[in-house]
Design a protein. Structure first.
Length: 385
């Protein structure tokens, strides 16, 4: 198992980063996947899918959104079409003629889709999400087309990460690591999780990446009752000697990275029991990391954890990382049949808890490599054991 250090140049000198080459490689992989899965077109509706296929940068929005045909990739022409009312932050390879406008009227949307070259002749159209009315809409646009699951084709293209994509994930993890250092430096008895959340957000802003992947980054693990890993920060003061789970994340050029560690509030050495708890968590997490090899299944990762004698945590042991959270998701009762592809990046998460003491949390980013799993960020402060 090898370790890769953060790629600071992506953050410090963004003007020198070749996003055009990354977009070209993603388009190549996407259309190769359409060929391999015999799809004439792929209709996408989720923001991360659109970013992967079209390279367009979108405004950050919170909450859920309904499915809509936000992007359409057509195999016959090799072009990607985008629902957009302007061309700001739309890359030059998606030309003005490749844009179609937003409308509340389905007939107008159908007319826009019908004008996309090559779509009317499609036989097999894939989509990764849908609504009850989508097949009828597509039938009006491409009468001979069958609607099929486009997920396998999309993930065949998205799951393996190119070296440039890995660099971006590592750089995002570097932003998270800087935030972790800031959190550790600020942590003191009497502060609350909300106070530390402010420190985290300030650190992201100072790095020039002010949008947080999540606000659930600080948990003073409870010492009374069953220990749990909360994701909602409270204003309760943190006590000296309490185990505090820190899970900051960051974004770099669309890609997400993070690091999770546990520290003792007050900066002192952990007790012998706390140190033993940390050793157990890292030992079980390292066993999962060691199992992250091409061809391994989700069941193999679960077996690696349980072989250490630890109970399975409620949260997933591993999930994909890239343009946000990605498949596979592996944990209790989920993802057992998932097969790890080479060059996939996973967030491997460990959580071991004891009543009366709290819990120990640990997260690493791991590249699934044929030569062995590679941890994508250097070791960081952890004084919980």
């Amino acid at each position: 198992m090898t370790t890769v250090s953060p790629c600071a140049a992506l953050v410090a000198e963004p003007a020198r980063v070749d996003d055009e080459a990354v977009r070209a490689d993603r388009r190549r992989r996407l259309f190769a996947a359409l060929d391999a899965h015999d799809l004439d077109a792929l209709v996408l509706g989720r923001p991360a899918e659109v970013a992967f296929a079209a390279g367009a940068r979108q405004l950050w929005t919170a909450g859920a959104r309904p499915f809509g045909p936000l992007a359409v990739a057509v195999r016959a022409t090799g072009r990607t079409h985008l629902l957009s009312v302007w061309d700001a932050d739309v890359p030059p390879e998606v030309g003005h003629d490749d844009l179609y406008g937003l409308s509340w009227n389905p007939a107008h949307i159908a007319a826009s889709l019908a004008a996309i070259p090559g779509l009317a002749e499609a036989r097999r159209v894939g989509t990764t999400s849908s609504t009850p009315g989508f097949p009828r809409l597509l039938a009006a646009v491409a009468p001979s087309a069958a609607v099929v699951d486009g997920g396998p084709a999309l993930w065949a293209a998205r799951a393996p990460k190119s070296p440039a994509e890995v660099d971006r994930i590592v750089a995002a993890a570097g932003i998270a690591r800087a935030a972790l250092d800031a959190l550790v430096a600020a942590l003191a008895p009497g502060l609350s999780e909300r106070d530390l959340l402010a420190v985290y957000l300030a650190s992201l802003a100072a790095a020039g990446a002010p949008t947080p992947p999540t606000e659930g980054v600080v948990c003073a693990t409870p010492t009374s009752g069953p220990p749990s890993l909360r994701r909602l920060a409270t204003v309760t003061p943190i006590a000296a000697g309490q185990l505090v789970a820190l899970d900051p994340g960051g974004f770099c050029r669309g890609y997400e990275g993070g690091v999770g560690r546990t520290v003792v509030c007050g900066g002192g050495s952990p007790t012998a029991a706390q140190a033993a708890l940390g050793d157990r968590c890292r030992f079980a997490s390292d066993a999962v990391v060691a199992a992250c090899r091409p061809g391994a299944t989700g069941a193999d990762l679960v077996a690696a954890w349980t072989a250490t004698g630890e109970s399975l945590p409620a949260a997933p042991l591993a999930h994909g990382v890239g343009l946000g959270v990605e498949p596979p998701v592996v944990g209790p009762g989920v993802g057992a049949g998932a097969v790890l592809a080479a060059d996939t990046v996973l967030a491997v998460t460990g959580w071991v808890a004891e009543p009366g003491m709290g819990g120990h949390f640990h997260r690493d980013l791991v590249l699934v490599d044929a030569g062995g799993p590679r941890v994508l960020i250097a070791e960081s402060p952890e004084n919980g054991g």
